[in-house]
Design a protein around this ligand. Sequence first.
Ligand code: ADP
Length: 166
Amino acid sequence: MIEVVVGDITELAVDAIVNAANASLMPGGGVDGAIHRAAGLELAQYTATLGGCETGEAKIAPGFNLKARHVLLTVGPIWRGGEEKEEALLASCYDSCCRLAKQEGIRSLAFPAISTGVYGYPKVEAARVALEALRRHEADFDRLVCCCFSEQDAELYRKRLSGTGV
Ligand code: ADP
């Protein structure tokens, strides 16, 4: 089942939350900073050993102080106008996380709106790509949660889920 919630992803009690990380996997701003603050310093110590992450791929770490048992780290594309494979790379983030989560026996997984902050991906388009990708994996999970940071963002997801999105 795909769910849309509004709130801080670090507070969710799911098997795993996804971090919109950067290629170095070292703590940055936005949702990444929030996840590192909530998980504790051990998360950065752990991610420093992972050898970074390519755009569109995913890695896994323990959740440390989070309610979630695991953090999946993925690196979204930086929006450069849409001609630089941004859509395929963003879809790949969702696909890679779902595949890795399934391998690890994760049954509930929460995503932020990857790339829609400082990476500048247009939000309506990003919601469409996210939901198209998540629908492909829905059957492998009990819960796939789209964690939006504002009511406005959540509305984009809800409209598209109910088939009235543009
Ligand atoms: P990116 O670099 O991939 O664009 P950002 O962290 O800048 O990542 O933003 C990604 C999305 O995460 C944005 O839509 C932002 O509003 C949202 N966000 C920021 N903090 C949180 C949080 N604590 N929980 C859920 N979503 C968040």
